[in-house]
Design a protein around this ligand. Structure first.
Ligand SMILES: *[C@@H]1O[C@H](CO)[C@@H](O)[C@H](O)[C@H]1NC(C)=O
Length: 133
C-alpha cells in the first residue's frame, strides 16, 4: 500500500518537474505534440506513428522508465515506444492512439467478427429483438 503510494508520488513529482520545465519555455520539443529533440539536427523532429495494432505507450510510464539523460532542456531526445493496443481497443492504420472497439449490443446488433488489435468489431445489419430480424 505505502509502496504503491510512494510510487504514485514519485511519478507525480517527475510529471510535475517536466510540466514545470515546460512552463519555463526552455523546452522546444514536446512529447504531447509528438515530437522529440534531435541533437545533430538541433531542433524538433516528428515522432513516427505506431503500426497497426499498436499505440504510443502511456507517457508517465514511459518517462519513469527512461534515464534522466533522455530529458534535455530542449525536450526529450526520444519518442515514447509503441505498445500493443489495450484489450477492447484497435488501430487499423498508422496512429498514435488505438480507438475503442464498437459494441454491437449497444446497437441491438449481432457481432459477426470480434474486435482484434488491428480491426474493429463487425456487427451484422440486423436488429436482434426490437423490429425486424
Ligand atoms: C457491450 O455492452 C453490454 C451492455 O452494456 C455489456 O454487457 C457488454 O459486456 C459489452 N461488451 C463488450 C465486448 O464490451
Amino acid at each position: 500500500m505505502n509502496r504503491a503510494v510512494n510510487t504514485m508520488m514519485l511519478l507525480v513529482s517527475i510529471y510535475a518537474a517536466l510540466t514545470m520545465e515546460v512552463s519555463t519555455k526552455t523546452i522546444l520539443c514536446h512529447t504531447d505534440n509528438h515530437e522529440y529533440f534531435h541533437k545533430q539536427y538541433g531542433g524538433c523532429l516528428p515522432c513516427e506513428k505506431c503500426n497497426p495494432g499498436e499505440e504510443q505507450m502511456n507517457i508517465e510510464e514511459w518517462v519513469s522508465s527512461k534515464p534522466q539523460s533522455v530529458f534535455t532542456k530542449y525536450g526529450p531526445t526520444q519518442c515514447p515506444e509503441c505498445v500493443t493496443c489495450r484489450s477492447g481497443f484497435f488501430n487499423n492504420g498508422r496512429a498514435f492512439e488505438c480507438k475503442r472497439c464498437k459494441n454491437c449490443t449497444l446497437y441491438n446488433k449481432h457481432e459477426v467478427e470480434p474486435c482484434t488489435s488491428i480491426s474493429d468489431t463487425e456487427c451484422d445489419g440486423v436488429l436482434t429483438n426490437k423490429g425486424y430480424v
